[in-house]
Design a protein around this ligand. Sequence first.
Ligand SMILES: Cc1cc2nc3c(=O)[nH]c(=O)nc-3n(C[C@H](O)[C@H](O)[C@H](O)COP(=O)(O)O)c2cc1C
Length: 406
Amino acid sequence: MAEVSAMRDRKILLGVAGGVAAFKAAYLARRLIEAGAQVSVVMTKGATKFVGEQTFRAITRRPVITDLFGAELVSPHTELAAWCDAIVVAPATANLISKVANGQSGDALSATILATDRPVILAPAMHTEMWEQPSTVRNIDMLTMDGRIIVGPVSGPLAGGDSGAGRMVEPEEIMRTIAGLFPETMAGVRLLVTAGGTREAIDPVRYIGNRSSGKMGYAIASEAADRGADVVLITAASLPVPPSVRVVQVESAEEMAEATWGMAESIDVAIMAAAVADFRPVDPAETKLARTDGPPEIVLEETPNVLRGLVERAGDPVKVVGFAAETGSIERAFHKAATYGVDLLVANDVSEQGSGFGTETNRVTFITPDGDAEPLPQMSKAEVASHLMDRVEALLREAADGNLPS
Ligand SMILES: Cc1cc2nc3c(=O)[nH]c(=O)nc-3n(C[C@H](O)[C@H](O)[C@H](O)COP(=O)(O)O)c2cc1C
């Protein structure tokens, strides 16, 4: 099912307002959970007259917010607005629709909607007379102009034995609308990411390492998986594994080279974000060096060049993105972009505040082999990953267009 992968690990805020169709929201919550989404529920006071909050708590295994000034969260509207990837209101009553259209925020649900910059889907449900009132029609027009997504209603049996326009669309239709927010633009793409800093043994206890945390590579793996790519992460770091990402754990440059080169012929894209040691001790000691023996003389040799080796082994159709961590200036990165045979180079000055190793943010410049540079402002590593995947998708599209029969 397409929506299963599109919804995986998405954070969906389910708003429930006070209409009879609220019972269907419980089924929607369950379908979202089954599809792998994380679901938080905010109910209006009216909604609690139709379905118990305990039902949603049991389905979602999360606190249910019914009161802006309740005990669960200090500031539910802003916290949930920032937490979620999208808000879905089902059912959306005439009252709730009016509030949202007019920017009101007098209850937990309308306040959360006002506080978010994420997509908002509303599934109206009401009697035909309420739906056709000029005020409701105006409110729906305003919501559409504001970029809110309205799904339904449809005509059919209504509560109390009536029939007509105003029936909420079925939860499956709402599922499809939510899935449409997260298109799988990289479905079928086999993508390899390397991450983390390699460790080169001095003895069984000590190593030469570097300050790379692996966060950038993990953010890329996560973003690519969210877009539906088939992701393998070859990593020297040990961070939580993003959902649906296959991990190959390595330690040294040698191991990273072996794992990466071994996949050269079975991938479409390689993103080489690991910080691979350039040098390693020639002859690591087999037992722990002792202080009493005095400072050792450590002779270094070059490690395998993982990026160069991959480019040599990967066929032309494989899109390769290299990373260059520089200190002081990214001038050398232009040379690397031009000479390594990569399709794109991501350069960053790791000595800059808020950029590079261990930080949550990064400031990078995308450099093409021709020397075209796109400097990005400082942003979170997740945002950098998103920009990078946009560039990778563009490279894949260009390649596909080039292969079309003329
Ligand atoms: C039995 C019953 C059913 C109702 N069904 C709906 C409905 O389907 N749609 C709607 O807009 N209002 C419906 N209402 C009216 C709303 O519950 C009422 O306008 C309430 O103030 C909505 O509050 P809320 O939007 O904060 O949940 C119903 C009321 C009752 C008593």
